[in-house]
Structure formats: structure tokens, C-alpha cells
Design a protein around this ligand. Structure first.
Ligand code: HEM
Ligand code: NAG
Ligand code: NAG
Length: 496
């Protein structure tokens, strides 16, 4: 038997060992400022998990555009240098890795199989395929065509909205359903089990932070069941070649890469495609909502946008000039502003070998070299770039015209030198390949909705859910958003 004193001293030695180890954690002088956090081992994890925003933005104020926090045993460098720091990391393909950074969420969140999680090279090949398809104009046009036809079917004369006459609609639900549906159809074809997947998928998305924080199954039973349902449905979809054959060139090409590789089980396919659905829809669906809602809430702007929509309608072909619409300066500005304010993504990389970068200190004349340590992670929160008031005055306010040429230097500053002050898509080899599709989704919804309905706001816009969702993808709305829908009896007119 051990005496009580003995046990107490063992515990004391252990505890002081942990504290000592914590105190000894440090950084060398060529590394970024290092923040250990108050609690041994967990480091800054607790405040980080609760709500990273106040912590990160306070540290950014105190330490500048680069610093390293110690979170639960990991060194995480936070980088928000809009002049050249971020770009050096994004553009370095030899010293940093995206699949190694996402390894944890690939496995715990999306249920990648072990073999997929660890095959970084195969993941890189899949990415290259996605990029080559979504960057090709004709291939993208094909996907966009199905997107338009499907979206239209959701709001045309045979839809549930055909006879709306001042009916109160939850615009958030409307957008969520219509964009998911049209986009699922455009990517996965008519054989996709949309009705089976939609509600469980939404449920999973709403419970996402519980997965990221590693809640045990019994505290997140509904989330687990919902996720399993989505994975099962995806698995059986991919085991049915006749259904896959009707999907887009994107899904078919990726599918072929799987079937000709060693990763060809239903679990390999469902985990990966689950991640693709998440990367695309969890971002572009709320982005399309915020754009429509913000325009609809500003009567003057809405009238201008309606006039643009009317001008781009051709009664002969009974279609819009979509190419011109997605390049229209006002619509582009509204989309850019929506994404600036709401993107809320963190682009991250794992450092695979020591990496030296030059970081600006507020101006491009004041720079310093820093060494990023092999084995650490780098996180680049776009909010830290996009909410910088030196670049975007009144940064938390949505201004549809902010990105018009005439407002350069005034509502968008330093745009000649601070080149990554706007980076909603990340950068370098892994820059979001879905960015062209995302603007089409938002514009298609905007155009069809305003062209068919008179949309009348009856309450204030909802707010974004931030808190522990900081960095977790385009903000969701914190409640529904009720508006009145009236089906237009005559086409929109352009006010010359
Ligand atoms: C407003 C909507 C969207 C936003 C804000 C967004 C943002 C991002 C960001 C920041 C990244 C990481 C890039 C990096 O770390 O450098 C990313 C990656 C990715 N996005 Fe998007 N995205 C959106 C829509 C879409 C859509 C519609 C798709 C459709 C397929 C898509 C597919 C992907 C994929 C596959 C990746 C991973 C790329 C890779 O592994 O290299 N995204 N996105
Ligand atoms: C990437 O980082 C390594 C290590 O610092 C460096 O030698 C290399 O030149 C960098 N590559 C690019 C393209 O910046
Ligand atoms: C960084 O990479 C992007 C995309 O690959 C490229 O367009 C850009 O020119 C690169 N920038 C530099 C400074 O190399």
C-alpha cells in the first residue's frame, strides 16, 4: 500500500512536470511571437473553442499579422498579412500541404476511410481533376445549364409559389432548399437521392461544431444518425453505375478515378463526396441567401437590380443573357461584398518542412523574416483580412456598391498593394475551384426570384451565427427571414 503522502507527492511531481513543460514551451527568435495560453497542455484551446473571434482579433491587434498560439499540443501560426505573407504560403507547394492539414476533419467529420485519409497524393490528383473541370468554360456551362433549368422548375407556374399573392415566405428556407436542390441535380443528376439526403444533411450541418469538438456519440446522437444516413445514401448511389452515368462530367470523372484506384469501396467514395458536397453547398447556399436578402432589404438597390435583370431579358429566346449578368459590375460588386463580409473561412496548411517567409508589419516597407516550424500548422482566417477597417471602412456593414470602380480608394483602400486583402477563395494551387460556380448559383437565384416575384421585406435581416462557428464556412442566419412574395402578373420592366 502507498501512503497518502506518497500519492500526494507523486501527483504534485506530475503536475509540476506538466506545468514546467508548459513553461518551457517557447519559440526561437526567428519564429513568430508565441502565445502559450493560460492552461498547461490545453494552451489556448478553451477560449479558442468557445469563440475564436475575440481571441484571434485581440492577438492580431497586439502582435500584428503573424503570431503562433499553442492549442491542445499543436503550434498554430495565425497569419493575416494582406501584402505578401499569405501569398507566399499559398504559393509554396513544396513546404506546405492542404490534405495533411485537413486530415483530422477528413477523418472525424467526413468519415474518410483510413486509406483515403493517408493517400495525400491521390487527394492532390482529385483536386487537380476538380480544378480542370470547373475552370473549363464549356464544361462549367453544361453544369450551369442544368442548374438554371432546375432552379426555374422550383419557382415556375407548376411550383408551389405559382399563386403567391402577398404570401409570407421564409426566404432562408426557400434559398436553402432551392439552391441545394438545383445544385445537387446539376452535379449528381436525376438519380441522386435528394429527398432522402436533404434533411439529414441539414441536420449534420447544424450540428457540425459538435463533431469538430469531438463530442461523444451519446451527446450528439441525432447528428451521428443524420451523418450516417447521408453516407449510406451516397454509398448506395455510387454502387449503382446507371445512376452515376446520369451525373455531371465532374462527378463522373472523379468516380472513374476512384474505380480505377485502390480506393473503390462505397465508404471511400461516400466520405470523399460528402466532403465535396460540404465544401460547395455549406458555403454557396448561405452566400446566395445573403446576397438576395441584402439586395431585397434595400428598396433603392433592389429597383436598380430589377432594372438590370429586365434589361438582360430577351423575349425572343425567352431567356436571360447570363454571361452578361454574371459580369454586370453592380451584381459582381454585390456578390463580392456578400462574400467579403460572410465568407468566414479559414484556409489552413500543414508545414512539411521548415519554411521562411517575409511578413509585412502594417506596411510593405517594414518587413521581417520568420521561420515556420516543420510539423506546425498555419491558419489564415479570411475574416482577419476582410474585416480590416484600414482596407474596408465600416467593415461589418454590407454595402452593395463597395466594389464598384468608383469606390476604389474610398470604400476599398490599398487595393494596389494589399493584394490579398480580399481572399475569400484562399489561394495558390488549392484556391477554391468552385468560385465560378458559386457566383452563378447566387446570380441564378437572384435573377429568377426577383424576375418572378415582388419580394417585400417585413422584418429586419437576421444576423450571422458567429460564436463557435467562426472560421467554419459562410455564416448561417441566426433565424429565418420572413418576406412577402407576390407572383408578378407582368414581366419586370427596365427603368431606362
Ligand atoms: C461562396 C462560396 C464558397 C466559398 C466562400 C468557398 C471557399 C473556399 C475556400 C476558402 C477554400 C480553401 C482554399 C485554400 O485553402 O486555399 C475552398 C476549397 C474548396 N472549395 Fe470552395 N468555396 C465556395 C464554394 C464552392 C463551390 C460552389 C464548390 C463546388 C464544387 C467548392 C468546392 C471546393 C473544393 C472542392 C475545395 C477544395 C480544394 C482543394 O482541395 O484544393 N467551393 N473553398
Ligand atoms: C518554399 O519554401 C522553401 C523553404 O523555405 C523554399 O526553399 C522555396 O523556395 C519556397 N518555394 C516557393 C515557390 O516559394
Ligand atoms: C501564386 O499562385 C497563383 C495561382 O497558382 C498565381 O496566379 C500567382 O501568380 C502566384 N503568385 C506569385 C507571386 O507567384
Amino acid at each position: 500500500m502507498f501512503s497518502l503522502e506518497f500519492l500526494v507527492s507523486v501527483v504534485a511531481i506530475l503536475v509540476s512536470g506538466i506545468i514546467l513543460q508548459h513553461l518551457l514551451l517557447s519559440a526561437t527568435s526567428d519564429e513568430p511571437p508565441f502565445i502559450r495560453g493560460p492552461i498547461p497542455f490545453l494552451g489556448a484551446a478553451l477560449s479558442f473553442a468557445r469563440d475564436p473571434r475575440p481571441l484571434l482579433h485581440r492577438l492580431q491587434k497586439k502582435y500584428g499579422w503573424i503570431f503562433t498560439v499553442y492549442v491542445a499540443g499543436q503550434r498554430i501560426t495565425i497569419l493575416s498579412d494582406p501584402i505578401f505573407g499569405n501569398r507566399q504560403v499559398w504559393n509554396n507547394s513544396t513546404s506546405v500541404s492542404l490534405p495533411m492539414f485537413t486530415r483530422y476533419i477528413s477523418e472525424t467529420l467526413f468519415k474518410f476511410t483510413k486509406s483515403m485519409t493517408n493517400d495525400f497524393e491521390f487527394q492532390e490528383q482529385l483536386t487537380k481533376k476538380v480544378i480542370s473541370i470547373l475552370n473549363s468554360k464549356p464544361l462549367l456551362a453544361d453544369i450551369v445549364q442544368t442548374l438554371k433549368v432546375t432552379y426555374l422548375s422550383e419557382v415556375d407556374d407548376s411550383s408551389q409559389y405559382a399563386n403567391c399573392d402577398g404570401d409570407v415566405i421564409d426566404l432562408y428556407e426557400y434559398c436553402r432548399h432551392n439552391v441545394y436542390y438545383s445544385s445537387a441535380r446539376a452535379l449528381f443528376g436525376p438519380g441522386f437521392p435528394f429527398d432522402e439526403i436533404y434533411l439529414p444533411y441539414i441536420r449534420f450541418e447544424d450540428d457540425i461544431t459538435k463533431f469538430v469538438k469531438g463530442y461523444p456519440r451519446f451527446l450528439n446522437r441525432e447528428g451521428y444518425n443524420a451523418r450516417q444516413k447521408v453516407l449510406d445514401e451516397l454509398g448506395s448511389f455510387f454502387m449503382d453505375p446507371s445512376r452515376v452515368a446520369q451525373s455531371s462530367v465532374l462527378v463522373r470523372s472523379l468516380y472513374e478515378m476512384f474505380t480505377t484506384s485502390t480506393h473503390n469501396t462505397p465508404a471511400d467514395l461516400s466520405g470523399f463526396f460528402f466532403a465535396i458536397i460540404f465544401a460547395s453547398k455549406s458555403n454557396s447556399v448561405p452566400a446566395a441567401f445573403w446576397m438576395l436578402a441584402n439586395i431585397g432589404a434595400d428598396a433603392e438597390l433592389k429597383a436598380e437590380v430589377e432594372s438590370i435583370i429586365a434589361r438582360h431579358y430577351d423575349p425572343n429566346s425567352e431567356d436571360f443573357d447570363w454571361a452578361a449578368l454574371v459580369e454586370n459590375p453592380l451584381l459582381v460588386s454585390c456578390f463580392k461584398e456578400t462574400v467579403r463580409l460572410n465568407a468566414n473561412v479559414i484556409s489552413g496548411r500543414h508545414v512539411t518542412q521548415d519554411l521562411d517567409i517575409k511578413v509585412a508589419h502594417q506596411s510593405e516597407q517594414h518587413t521581417k523574416e520568420y521561420r515556420l516550424r516543420k510539423g506546425s500548422s498555419i491558419m489564415m482566417s479570411v475574416n482577419m483580412l476582410h474585416w480590416n477597417e484600414e482596407v474596408y471602412p465600416d467593415p461589418m456593414k454590407w454595402m452593395g456598391k463597395r466594389f464598384l470602380e468608383e469606390n476604389k480608394g474610398n470604400l476599398v483602400r490599398h487595393s494596389d498593394k494589399w493584394r490579398t486583402a480580399y481572399a475569400p477563395w484562399g489561394g495558390g494551387a488549392h484556391m477554391c475551384p468552385g468560385r465560378f460556380l458559386a457566383i452563378y448559383e447566387a446570380v441564378i437565384q437572384l435573377v429568377y426570384t426577383l424576375a418572378r416575384f415582388d419580394v417585400e421585406p417585413i422584418e429586419d435581416l437576421p444576423g450571422p451565427v458567429i460564436g463557435d462557428r467562426y472560421g467554419g464556412g459562410v455564416f448561417k442566419a441566426d433565424r429565418g427571414y420572413r418576406v412577402k412574395f407576390t407572383r408578378r402578373k407582368s414581366p419586370l420592366k427596365s427603368v431606362a
